[in-house]
Design a protein around this ligand. Structure first.
Ligand SMILES: [Zn+2]
Length: 320
């Protein structure tokens, strides 16, 4: 153990970005224990779902930081025929990450004592939606080639973005099923990279121990990247803090309720004294009383106002 406990706490949750080989290699590495543990605690996920969701969140955190546009936002969705059914993660360029699993308590039988991420995910597809503030977001979909997440993201980069990528993602659990380590790295070859460079890099990466072992040995993400890329002129660019953060709010949830079919909303109004709405991403709940629901109904669905409209105080006040 090289670092102290305080040092360990302080270095949680960041993505380091770097370049090497005169810009022909672009690299990222992340430590995300706090993010994955928060997701586990908020969603009460089983260990194998914690691992699957944690890997996807870690990959998304690096892909989010990679976006150059400050308002950039990324949604990764994995849909599979395994017990977890789906995983959804959103990350942005500012380092905010959130995510959830459709079946948080799903389990998958393991034959080797390791968490069977592939088994809990199954066969299916990965969809990447990149919103960089243009009119239409970029959407790329590919099949899952392994269900282990890192290989699937690598495959996505190869087929959808024509970017050769090596990626490692890992989550290591404590005996009490809390998260002990989480992190990963992503190394990409730019169009100018030679085949020799690619082969050399591949050999180095293949010889590495698992990412969580390195983190558990107290290696920092930047040290891991430097180890891998030391022959290629490693140059660290930035260290960006990342966190679990959901941007849900009462107003946003109210808008979603208002967006219900008017008869569903009416039905809720008459059948429930109050309605509890849970945010999928963070698990926070919001309570809406009957009066509030009536208010939403009046505002968005009263005669002649069938179309859902954005909040507009002037319009509301002027219409009685
Ligand atoms: Zn939320």
């Amino acid at each position: 153990m090289k670092g102290t406990m305080t040092e360990y706490m302080n270095r949680e949750n960041y993505v380091v970005s770097a370049i090497a080989a005169e810009g022909n290699i672009r690299a990222f590495a992340a430590t995300t224990r706090g993010i994955v543990e928060e997701a586990r605690a908020r969603h009460d996920t089983s260990p194998v779902v914690t691992a699957a969701l944690g890997r996807l969140m870690t990959g998304a955190a690096m892909m989010g930081v990679q976006m150059k546009e400050a308002a950039g936002k990324l949604t990764l969705t994995i849909k599979g025929d395994g017990p977890v059914q789906s995983l959804t993660v959103v990350a942005d360029a500012e380092g905010d990450v959130k995510g959830y699993a459709a079946e948080p308590q799903a389990i998958a039988h393991s034959t080797n004592g390791k968490l069977n991420v592939k088994g809990v995910v199954g066969k299916g597809s990965l969809t990447v939606v990149k919103d960089i503030g243009l009119k239409e977001p970029y959407v790329g979909t590919c099949e899952l080639v392994s269900g282990e997440i890192a290989e699937d993201l690598t495959y996505y980069y190869a087929v959808s973005e024509q970017t050769p990528t090596v990626m490692a993602l890992g989550v290591l659990m404590n005996k009490d099923n809390t998260v002990r380590q989480a992190g990963g790295f992503m190394i990409q070859l730019m169009p100018g990279a030679s085949d020799e460079l690619a082969a050399e890099l591949e050999n180095i990466v293949l010889a590495l121990p698992p990412i969580t072992s390195m983190l558990d040995e107290n290696e920092k993400p930047e040290e891991i990247l430097e180890d891998i890329l030391s022959h290629f002129g490693y140059e660290e660019l930035e260290k960006k803090p990342v966190r679990f953060r959901c941007d849900c709010s009462r107003d946003k949830i109210a808008l979603a309720l208002a967006g219900l079919n008017k008869y569903d909303l009416l039905d809720l109004m008459v059948s429930q004294k109050e309605v509890e709405v849970k945010c999928d991403y963070c698990g926070n709940t919001y309570l809406f009383g009957r009066e509030e629901l009536k208010g939403l109904y009046k505002k968005f669905h009263r005669a002649g106002k069938d179309e859902r409209k954005e909040e507009n105080k002037t319009e509301e006040n002027g219409e009685q």
